[in-house]
Each structure stands twice: as structure tokens, then as C-alpha cells.
Design a protein around this ligand. Sequence first.
Ligand SMILES: Nc1ncnc2c1ncn2[C@@H]1O[C@H](COP(=O)(O)OP(=O)(O)OP(=O)(O)O)[C@@H](O)[C@H]1O
Ligand SMILES: [Mg+2]
Length: 426
Amino acid sequence: MPSQEPTNFTTLFSSQLSVFKEDGENIFTGHYIPERIWHRETEMKTLASFFRSIITESTSSSRKVVIYGPVGTGKTAISRRFGRDLIKYMRREWKYGKPLFKYFHINCRKTKTPHLILTTLLRQLVPGFPLRGFGVDELVRMFNLLLYEQNLVVLVVLDEIDYLLPEERTDFLYSLSRLEEAPSGREDLGQSNEKIEARFNLLLITRDENFRHYLDLSTASSLGQNYIFFKPYTRAQLYDIIYSRAEEGLKEESYDDDLIDLIASLAEENGDARFAIDLLWRAAKIADQENENHIKNEHVRNAIVTILPIEKSLLDDLNTHQKILLLSTAKLLQNEKKLFATTPEVKQSYIEICDEAGVRPRRQTQVWSYLRDLNKLGLIQLEVMNRHNQGRSMGRVTSIRISDIPVTEIINRLTPLNFRIEESVI
Ligand SMILES: Nc1ncnc2c1ncn2[C@@H]1O[C@H](COP(=O)(O)OP(=O)(O)OP(=O)(O)O)[C@@H](O)[C@H]1O
Ligand SMILES: [Mg+2]
């Protein structure tokens, strides 16, 4: 009998050809801050100029800035890079007698409530700070007090602020924007309230270009004109971004200019660097699976197909009414010339499809909440627009767009027949 070699599990990995450099896959993860941030010099300068007062200590009012722009445009990357550079600078320049600088980056998709955000911050300053027992206002007051007590200057980044519930978000941002005016209790520390120092600085990051419309007047005025817009990347910019990522993470012989250009052209439509990097990573993984030492265009095409099922499962998980609303929007947007639909149009189409499918339409408030869910999932994009007629304001209207998924794909997958069956099951 032929003797069979026992498989050594580790050799399964080590003998494998790979297009990645050693540890090169880390370069493609979301946490990685690239060596070089491309084509964002102006945005970086603007950010630095808004927050200059942190370094110069020249103002008594804290800085609040908003970065907004579509998905994958470098909002998170830039702010983390800015934070890292600022920490380095402060360590070098701020020595004796100066406050300590701290940077906190909080993702509101993961840290979903104002309460949790504040306790998370406080736990950074006071290890073991209790998770329960205090209200939001009390927590704000304590945080403010600790900034003085521990002699700190902080920059707090609230990333993906869209994920906070709108009602909570408004109040929370109001409290934060007034943080330095909050009764801090500094008298107890023998410090006078007269000299308000700029210890708390805030950077908000959102995808929503209408963010400012959701703020109350007072918060909006405290944010002033400090908005920075991040445009979608062009094809040439995406090319530079992915090329340098390939240089960092992939072996030199595994890719060439044409491959990078193909990926840039595929990502061009949305100008989304994350999509482009993800595509390169997936294509590289497929090349590895096929034991090839060069990533081919076909690997990229296969990689695209692996991205699509994520969207498909997203569609499958929607409830009947969310599906009908998405379908209504997709049908309206089938017309190539129509860039967006308005809420009354979608509502009308929704009622018609419900009738067709024998489903009872939901009330206006419920419809709204479903549209917001679809917006959060990134399936549609809601946007508040001001309407004008011959220079006169006609009030606001919400536009609904679908920017990522082919509308025909949505229509083919969501047919009224399915709803009827599902409704009877529910
Ligand atoms: N200018 C750039 N140079 C190099 N890499 C970039 C650049 N812009 C973005 N990236 C990379 O692209 C990916 C997506 O960027 P980032 O996470 O900053 O996008 P975002 O605007 O925060 O998107 P979202 O709205 O989805 O949070 C990250 O891996 C980031 O490192
Ligand atoms: Mg981000």
C-alpha cells in the first residue's frame, strides 16, 4: 500500500503562491491609514486652517468643523491622518506647562447613542467610568469639567454622524456646541469662569450634504461656515490612489498599469476609493485562489460579481413595504433623464403598486420611516432641496435617488408577485 504523507496544515499556506507582499493584506483593510493621501491637499489645508487655533491657542472659543461628501471620498482617512499628525506635532512642540492634547475618533455607526459616545469618551479619561447612572447633560458637564481638571485640549471626531437618531442628534449637537458654556463647576477647582479656554474641538463627518438643514439655528450658527466638501474622485485620482495601494501591498510583478486603469474606470462612476481598493483586493484574492502570480482583468471582473451578492442580500432582508418603496423609486428612475424622484411621486407609485399587489399601503409617517431606513442602508439617497420658482422660494422637497445599484436589477428582483406571497405569510 502506498504510504500517504500526512498533510502539514501550515504548508498548505506557505507553499501557496501569493500576489500579496508579506502582511500586504493589512494594507487593504479599513483601519489602514495610507502612507500618502492623494489629491486632498486643499481639503487638508482647509482643515488645518480651521483648527489652527488648537496649535496657536489664539481663540477662546472652541472650533467646530463639518466634513461632508459621498461614500469613499477619504473623509475618515483624512481626519485620522490629521489627528495622527496633530498628535505628533503636539508631542514635539507642546512641552512644559502646556495642556495635553488628545484626539478621539468615534464612529457613530458603532457607537450609536449620545449616551454611549459620552461614556466612551469619559472612560478614556477616567478608566472604569460607569456605563450607567448619568444623563446626557450630566455627562457633558463632567466631560467639560475633566478637560480642565486634567488640563487637556481635545479634538473629538464624530464620524458617520448620520447614524445617530435625528431627534437625539439635534439635542446632542446642541449640547456639544454649547459645551463650554455649560456650568462646568470649575469654581470648585478655584478657577474662575471668566476665562473660557478653547479646550474642546469638534469635527463632524457626514455623507449628507443637507446636514446643515437638520440643525437648529443655534447649533448651525455655532458651526458657522466651517464646512468642507469632499468631491467624488475622478478616474485619474482613483488611479493614483489604487496604484500606490498596490505598490504598498502587492508584489511588483503581480499588477500593471492596465489593470489599475481598469479598476479606476470601474470605480469612476461613484468616485469611491473604497470600492476601488476593495475591488483590487478581491481581484488579488482570486488570483491567489487560482495560484496565479499576476492579477488579470478577468480576476477583476470576477471580483465585481462577488461584490454584487452583498447588495442582493440587502434586498432580500427588506420588509414588504421597504421593497415596494424601493421598487417604486426604481420604476420612476427607469427614465434615464430623470435624475431623482420626489416623495409625492414615490408615494403615488407606492400606492399603485400596493393596489396591484393587494397590499394595504402604510401611513405617511411609516412610509417616511421606511424611506429613511432605505437611505441608511445606502439603497436610496434622500436629499432635502429648496425649491424656487422665478426667484421665489417654494419651500422644501425631498428628492430620492438611487446611485449605486442598476435600477433594472432592482426591478427584476422585486416583482409585485413576490409581495403578495410574502404578505400572506406575515
Ligand atoms: N486620497 C486618498 N489617498 C489614499 N487613500 C485614500 C484616499 N481617499 C480615500 N482613501 C482610501 O479609501 C478608503 C475609503 O476612504 P474613507 O474611509 O476615508 O472614505 P469615507 O469618505 O470616510 O467614506 P464613508 O462615507 O463610507 O465613511 C480607505 O481605505 C482610505 O484609506
Ligand atoms: Mg468614513
